[in-house]
Design a protein around this ligand. Sequence first.
Ligand SMILES: *[C@@H]1O[C@H](CO)[C@@H](O)[C@H](O)[C@H]1NC(C)=O
Ligand SMILES: *[C@@H]1O[C@H](CO)[C@@H](O)[C@H](O)[C@H]1NC(C)=O
Ligand SMILES: *[C@@H]1O[C@H](CO)[C@@H](O)[C@H](O)[C@H]1NC(C)=O
Ligand SMILES: *[C@@H]1O[C@H](CO)[C@@H](O)[C@H](O)[C@H]1NC(C)=O
Ligand SMILES: *[C@@H]1O[C@H](CO)[C@@H](O)[C@H](O)[C@H]1NC(C)=O
Length: 351
Amino acid sequence: MNTWYLITLVVLCSCCCQRVLPCPDLCTCYSSINATQVVCSNASLSLFPASGFPAITTSLSIEYTNLSSISALHLQAMPFLQELHLSGNRLRDLPPHLLSGLPHLHTLDLTNNQLEHLPAGVFDNAPLLNLVLRDNRLSTADAHWLPPNSSLIWLDLAGNRLTAPPTGLLHNLPLLETLHLSNNRLEKLPAGTLDSVTRLKRLHLEGNKLSSLDPSSFQNTPNLTHLFLEENRLEKLPAGLFQGLLGLDVLSLNQNRLRSLPPGLLDKLPALGRSSGQGVDLSLNPWDCAGGVAYLWEWIQSHQRLAFSLEDVQCATPTSLKGRAISSLTEEERRGGAGERVAEIEQTGTV
Ligand SMILES: *[C@@H]1O[C@H](CO)[C@@H](O)[C@H](O)[C@H]1NC(C)=O
Ligand SMILES: *[C@@H]1O[C@H](CO)[C@@H](O)[C@H](O)[C@H]1NC(C)=O
Ligand SMILES: *[C@@H]1O[C@H](CO)[C@@H](O)[C@H](O)[C@H]1NC(C)=O
Ligand SMILES: *[C@@H]1O[C@H](CO)[C@@H](O)[C@H](O)[C@H]1NC(C)=O
Ligand SMILES: *[C@@H]1O[C@H](CO)[C@@H](O)[C@H](O)[C@H]1NC(C)=O
């Protein structure tokens, strides 16, 4: 019924009352046949506009202003709201049940505010699909921010201060497909973290402090297509880590501390590179070409075109091969014979 009411209002307004559509001070309002958008981007706006919103507003953007607080009451003036964009303001906290009057809200963007703690129930009562909390100051993500069985498919917590993954919250998100946790302070991804988000397709973990991963990390996320692990501190990967990820298309492992790959790690991943031709980034790791490089070298030989930045997939050791692209090693070098002899000569100084 609400939808018909909305459509009737919009149709009526588009023919007869467009000229008198109200609009709050410091804002601009746009309306079309099925949408009414309010955009407030004047930097001097510091209080939520007290009045003047079209009742049929479907999208509200208050971005890059001085806004520092918002309440459920403010939002209840726009019961048809579907999208709420609040990036680049000065919000430090949000009240519980902020969205309680918004039965149509599917997208909430709070990027680049100063949020530190959010209360339980803050995002209850709205059928959210997309929630963006990127670039705030959150150090924890609470399970009770969202109700059990939330409909969320996209959650972005990148650029916060999380020291642990939001496992409890993920339990409430059975439909999640995209999870951004990049640029936080994660040191571990405990076994079971992702077990509840079985539909996950894209996982961003880059720019954290992960030094190892449990072999079972991705065992319940068979639909992963994009996995970003670059710029961590990974030293070793378990051999079966990517087993069963038959749709894995992009895998980034660059800028870690990997010295070798366990044999078989990248085997049986038939979708690698499917979307763009390239699929795996192994560059800028301190590869050890004296010992464990055989599997990596062979994989590179048979998958040259799949790898990003092959010239930056280089040996760090032994000294004699330092800086050499692994793809350019001769068979003798990769077996270590020549490398070790040269290294010996370097060390003893004899020719
Ligand atoms: C309005 O209609 C257009 C074209 O059919 C569609 O792309 C858009 O998503 C609709 N907007 C809303 C808010 O329903
Ligand atoms: C912002 O609002 C102030 C006060 O109404 C006005 O003087 C100024 O021109 C506006 N700035 C922009 C960029 O619209
Ligand atoms: C934003 O608010 C701060 C603190 O209240 C004030 O100093 C500053 O002048 C305001 N900026 C604008 C553009 O109004
Ligand atoms: C979530 O939804 C599923 C399927 O509709 C249902 O079986 C399950 O009990 C629900 N869980 C909770 C915690 O509400
Ligand atoms: C994975 O994707 C396929 C095809 O889209 C779908 O049928 C299947 O249910 C998905 N698996 C999970 C665990 O969501």
